[in-house]
Design a protein around this ligand. Structure first.
Ligand SMILES: Nc1nc2c(ncn2[C@@H]2O[C@H](COP(=O)(O)OP(=O)(O)OP(=O)(O)O)[C@@H](O)[C@H]2O)c(=O)[nH]1
Ligand SMILES: [Mg+2]
Length: 297
């Protein structure tokens, strides 16, 4: 029988470096939501990519930052769990920011692991000559197998990077079916698409304190999905912001999320959004389990 190769690659890095953008580019569709704000990804998303006959299982992780709240700690915990299981580690950094203290801290954590790779992302947004000193500094910090310069957004350098990652996957049976796929529960995925729109349209700090839960999905006789979601906020003031004047904000979020759901799944859908105040949702275990996070006491 032919030898197969399969392994996990943890994508780690500071928040906003472009980890989710990269995963989406690799998969050719939206797997993990993206925003211009920090701390967008909350849990680990897994995506299986076949490169030739080698299976690469990517894990997108929440950006690592200083955990202040319980939710933050759970997010950092999720990122660290992904690291523990990984056969290769791909550190993503924002070339516009260079080597920050966060990067130094992360490299300290991972530097003794095998199959370390680092990608300077957003190469499209900086001058070539600015990339070289960053690469030089990084090369002193750990024994990288390779340093890539990529643009996740423009799909520049991504294919070559995939080949290099594929080359270090360990020999072993496929851990998932041998086809490109994503393992995100449907309800969580639907919630994430709505959360992405909240990040997009609401300009306050608010999105960090919001949770979206898909409560029910019905299919009508015409095959149209009726999706019921609650947007959980922490106070009446937040509720007001999310709903907006005359409901305009909520409508904008809902329309945009519905279009995205229809595009991503190729279905027709009606999206029913309700905003509910649950001041302590961040301290309740079920809200963590729903998002694939561990609730730590
Ligand atoms: N110019 C440019 N922008 C990029 C690139 N990759 C990502 N971005 C932008 O960077 C921002 C953050 O991207 P995300 O993919 O959400 O970043 P992340 O690392 O997943 O962030 P967290 O989930 O918060 O940890 C978005 O506005 C992206 O459009 C790139 O290659 N070039
Ligand atoms: Mg992300």
């Amino acid at each position: 029988m032919k030898q197969t190769y399969s392994g996990f690659i943890a994508i780690i890095g500071p928040t906003n470096a472009g980890k989710s953008t990269l995963l989406n580019q690799i998969m050719g569709r939206k797997v993990s939501i993206v925003s211009h704000k920090v701390q967008t990804t909350r849990t680990n998303f897994r995506a299986v990519k076949m490169v030739g006959d080698r299976q690469l299982i990517f894990v997108d992780t929440p950006g690592v930052f200083k955990p202040a709240r319980r939710l933050d700690r759970a997010m950092v915990g999720a990122a660290m769990d992904a690291l523990a299981d990984a056969d290769a580690v791909l550190l993503i950094l924002d070339a516009q920011k260079g080597v920050t203290d966060t990067i130094r801290g992360l490299v300290e954590k991972i530097k003794n692991r095998p199959n370390l790779f680092v990608a300077l992302n957003k190469a499209d947004a900086v001058k070539k000559q600015d990339l070289l000193p960053i690469a030089a500094e990084l090369s002193q910090m750990a024994d990288w197998r390779e340093i890539f310069m990529i643009s996740a957004l423009k799909n520049d350098g991504v294919t070559g990077m995939l080949d290099a990652l594929a080359a270090v996957m360990p020999a072993g049976p496929y851990l998932f079916d041998a086809a490109d796929s994503v393992d995100v529960p449907d309800n969580l995925y639907l919630s994430e698409l709505t959360r992405e729109k909240i990040y997009k349209y609401i300009h306050q700090e608010l999105p960090y304190h919001i949770n979206v839960v898909t409560e029910k999905v019905d299919v009508d006789p015409d095959g149209v999905l009726d999706i019921y979601q609650k947007i959980v906020v922490q106070s009446d003031a937040h509720k007001k912001i999310v709903i907006g004047r005359g409901g305009a904000q909520l409508q904008q979020i809902g329309t945009s999320a519905r279009h995205d759901i229809q595009d991503q799944w190729g279905v027709n859908a009606r999206l029913h959004l309700f905003v509910r105040v649950e001041s302590d949702w961040e301290n309740r275990a079920e809200n963590y389990v729903d998002q694939g996070l561990e609730f730590k006491k």
